[in-house]
Design a protein around this ligand. Sequence first.
Ligand SMILES: [Zn+2]
Length: 238
Amino acid sequence: MNNKNHIIQQMAVFGDKLARYGLVHSQMGNMSARFGKRILISRSGSMLDELTEDALIEIDLSGPGPDEDLASSDSSIHRAIYQKTSAKAVIHAHSPYAVAESLITLARTSHPPSSRNDTDSIAGIARNQERLKAHPLSRGVRGTEKSGSHICIISEEIETKCLLHEIPIVPENIDHLAKVCADVLSTNVALLVRGHGTIAVGATLKEAYLYICSVEHACKVRNLCRRAGVNPDFSPAF
Ligand SMILES: [Zn+2]
């Protein structure tokens, strides 16, 4: 993505899609693309479904400049990601199911649930804990995995499982959030910031958009399973 006009046109296209499909709202969320040693990023307060050239601003890849205050307040995260990875595009969205899942998963990982067949009895909890220990992916709850120091969602939905493999959840209230996000995205295509939203990277804005949508889809499926009384972390294996 070296052509600035093409980047502007793509930002308008995918900013509109993000809003149209409910993945961002109002002035929330942001996106950027790298070209050469510059980053084109949405301005602070801009609406992603109204992105024109005036709603974007160029900042330097190497560090903050005089226009930094005009850029999205997450510009330091975008810059850290470009400095650490080969990404050419970054999208951040406050997708509702993803936000909810980041909160639910971390809460449930702290207090692993019983399966549908187990009651909340002491015996049921003990059986549940034994099953968790036995599962090859589980260092927490099935459906989650610990990657480095981060709990990850493992989607049980086939397409997104293949595409994303795992979705790490990063706490929102840590020091050096930009560096942590960049580190995680050097080995993953998307992450969740707890209670906040998704950050996805790609070689193009289209690819980053695909990952934003895929995270939301995976989280929505988990939510719908729970609503139907099925624990997505304990779906029966065939
Ligand atoms: Zn945000």
